[in-house]
Design a protein around this ligand. Structure first.
Ligand code: ZN
Ligand code: ZN
Ligand code: ZN
Length: 237
């Protein structure tokens, strides 16, 4: 929702630009920091130095979280990762937040489109006609990586070999591969790395030595069981 034709609560000057709820901006006349708080249904502008975009309370400059509602008052620059005030357009190192955010999202989409076909191809090279599944999961890389390592390791059917590998893939970023074994059944997990909040996880299940056939349902069951015991929910892609 956008509103125009408002007056600055500090100096009374007319604000010609459109006002977006929850978006901190400055009065063109007195330069006060202004906001129509996110949690304020009626069009009310607040002014101050270090405004909370959610509730509109003014805060001391040193505060990282709102004194009234606890919301974060900083955001991280997508380029240099420096934290700075949510209302500022440029980070302390001069990076344009909106522009860098767009670059970051473009790079995320690029990584996703390159990563999945490459990984599915690698997964299909596993011996013993693997069962392959791909999922999306929310979480930071280390968190997802650690959980999967623990789940394979702690698998109730027993593991006699366990291997973790992080290596450079040929497209220039890190590909994580976790391998665990249940008897002579090999489980692999490929986890999409990078600076994402949603990542792709590819799981494979196959027999290391394809001399003894295993029922196809068995491989499915192993993956189902693994997915069920992970501490986050995976969504089928
Ligand atoms: Zn003003
Ligand atoms: Zn607040
Ligand atoms: Zn920056």
């Amino acid at each position: 929702m956008e509103i125009s034709n408002l007056n600055c609560p500090k100096c009374g000057a007319n604000i010609p630009e459109q006002v977006k709820r929850g978006k901190i901006f400055n009065c063109g006349h007195c330069d006060s920091t202004l906001v129509w708080p996110e949690k304020q249904p009626t069009v009310t502008l607040r002014y101050g130095l270090h405004l909370c975009p959610d509730c509109g309370a003014d805060n001391q400059l040193a505060r990282g979280f709102c004194r009234n509602c606890g919301v974060s008052l900083t955001k991280a620059c997508p380029k240099c990762r420096d934290n700075f005030y949510v209302g500022d357009n440029f980070c302390p190192n001069g990076h344009d937040f909106v522009k860098e955010q767009q670059n970051f999202e473009r790079e995320q989409r690029r990584q996703e489109t390159l990563w999945l076909p490459l990984t599915l191809q690698k997964a299909s090279e596993v011996r013993g006609s693997p069962e392959i599944r791909s999922y999306t999961v929310s979480g930071q890389f280390e968190q997802v990586f650690e959980s999967i390592i623990q789940s394979i390791n702690g698998y109730s059917w027993g593991i006699n070999r366990f291997k973790v590998r992080k290596s450079d893939a040929n497209v220039g970023y890190i590909m994580a591969c976790v391998t665990g074994k249940i008897g002579d059944i090999e489980i692999r997990a490929y986890i999409q790395p990078g600076d994402l909040t949603e990542r792709i996880v590819v799981l494979t299940c196959a027999r290391d030595f394809p001399t003894l056939p295993i029922p196809p349902d068995w491989k499915k069951q192993v993956i189902d069981k693994l997915v069920a015991q992970l501490p986050f929910s995976l969504h089928t892609r």
